[in-house]
Design a protein around this ligand. Structure first.
Ligand code: ZN
Length: 407
């Protein structure tokens, strides 16, 4: 018996007037998720704590049972690991967006129109050399995303973001955080790199082509989330379970790799709203034959929430649900847990601290009276309101693998 954990990114939402004040999940027709709810035990989950707005990385760490207060090394580390970059101790890692700036260097789009193909841009940036002698390596991510790591003696990843995190604002220069004067070398290296990178991007043939096509050019890079790798036990060491991951987004692969999960490559899993649901579900079901624990991630719910697209979020959930019929059979032998990492309400177009629904269903699970998997119905379930760090305890308990507390 194993456990399949399905995480819909940004699953939770708030009432949407267009849906008569139902959330997208409440409005969606999801018979397979409802089946799990009717055969299992439901509740709400705060991945970090009540009212805390989790980022995806800390939320996932917490749900996997790794307290982010202790094991969060910065988003940049996870992004770079997820991209398959060779991250070494001492490297300063950043998460990067390709964005668009106007002639006054004001950011007009933080995602360069969600540009699709950045391979040639990344190749050009990898040729940049810095006067500080620090080596820079750029890794390509999904759409507008990338990772950058700085390697060399004397760098310390205690620097501010070179990204204002908002549009209609100028780019920021990277600075050592208060009290970390020894981070000056890294801050200088980052600023030199950003300035050289933006110059390269301004004249890049790909951007000339995009301008001609009336698309936003990817003419700036926004670095944020500086961090360096630290010590962390593996998922198997912590929980005694072998684990695999099926995800499209690099960040999620990064979190999985960080805790030693085997990342299964599904070439058609995109990390976007349009993805190969069937291939992902098939890969997860197959992985459950050889792993005790399988993490299956769907990103589209979060993307739709960030775009404020409630209809798109509902449609995405229905589409995903149509590929989850296999769970009827699977839940006879295995534990199935479905939840989100946080809410991304369409009205906010951002993460919120609202809890997400969670269901434990399948072999060994108790049942409650909940028959629909959504925010409202799960709030009446027997699991009540739990935190992310409690999820793995309950997984181990249902699997019959929880250690005895006391003698
Ligand atoms: Zn998320």
């Amino acid at each position: 018996m194993g456990c399949l954990l399905i995480i819909f990114d940004g699953l939770g939402d708030r009432p949407v007037p267009f849906f008569s004040n139902k959330t997208p999940l409440e409005a969606a027709h999801t018979p397979n998720l409802d089946f799990l709810a009717s055969k299992g035990v439901c509740g709400l989950m705060d991945s970090i704590g009540v009212g805390v707005r989790p980022a995806s990385d800390t939320a996932h760490l917490s749900i996997f049972g790794f307290d982010p207060k202790k094991y969060y090394f910065g988003r940049g580390v996870l992004e770079c690991i997820g991209l398959g970059m060779d991250v070494r101790n001492g490297d300063a890692c950043f998460r990067v967006n390709f964005g668009t700036i106007n002639s006054k260097k004001i950011i007009i789009d933080r995602r360069a129109g969600r540009i699709d193909e950045t391979g040639k841009l990344v190749d050009s940036l990898n040729k940049i050399k810095l006067s500080t002698g620090i080596k820079v390596i750029v890794g390509k991510g999904v759409q507008h995303r990338a990772g950058v790591l700085f390697r060399g003696k004397g760098i310390l990843a205690r620097v501010s973001d070179a990204d204002p995190h908002e549009e209609n604002k100028p780019m920021l220069s990277c600075k050592p955080l208060d009290g970390f004067v020894e981070a000056r070398l890294l801050a200088d290296s980052v600023n030199e790199f950003v300035s050289k990178a933006n110059a390269v991007l301004a004249n890049h043939p790909l951007n000339k082509k995009r301008r001609a096509q009336k698309l936003l050019p990817a003419n700036c890079i926004l670095l944020r989330g500086a961090g360096s790798l630290g010590e962390i036990p593996s998922f198997r060491q912590k929980w005694g379970l072998s684990a695999s991951c099926v995800a499209g987004g690099k960040l999620y692969k990064g979190v999985a790799k960080l805790v030693g999960m085997k990342v299964i490559d599904v070439p058609t899993a995109t990390g976007k709203a349009e993805t190969d649901f069937k291939a992902k579900v098939d890969a997860a079901v197959k992985a459950l034959k050889s792993s005790d624990f399988v993490f299956l991630h769907f990103k589209g719910t979060d993307l739709m929430g960030e775009d404020g697209n409630a209809v798109g979020k509902k449609d995405y959930l229905e589409k995903a649900d149509r590929h989850l019929g296999v769970l009827h059979q699977l839940s006879k032998e295995h534990l199935i847990v479905v939840t989100g990492d946080h809410s991304t309400p369409c009205e906010l177009k951002a993460h919120s601290g609202d809890p997400v629904p969670i269901v434990f269903s399948g072999r060994g699970c108790r049942r409650d009276h909940v028959t629909h998997f959504n925010e409202r119905d799960c709030s009446t379930g027997a699991l009540c309101r739990i935190t992310g760090l409690q999820v793995m305890n309950e997984v181990l308990n249902v699997l019959g693998r929880a250690p005895l507390y006391g003698d």
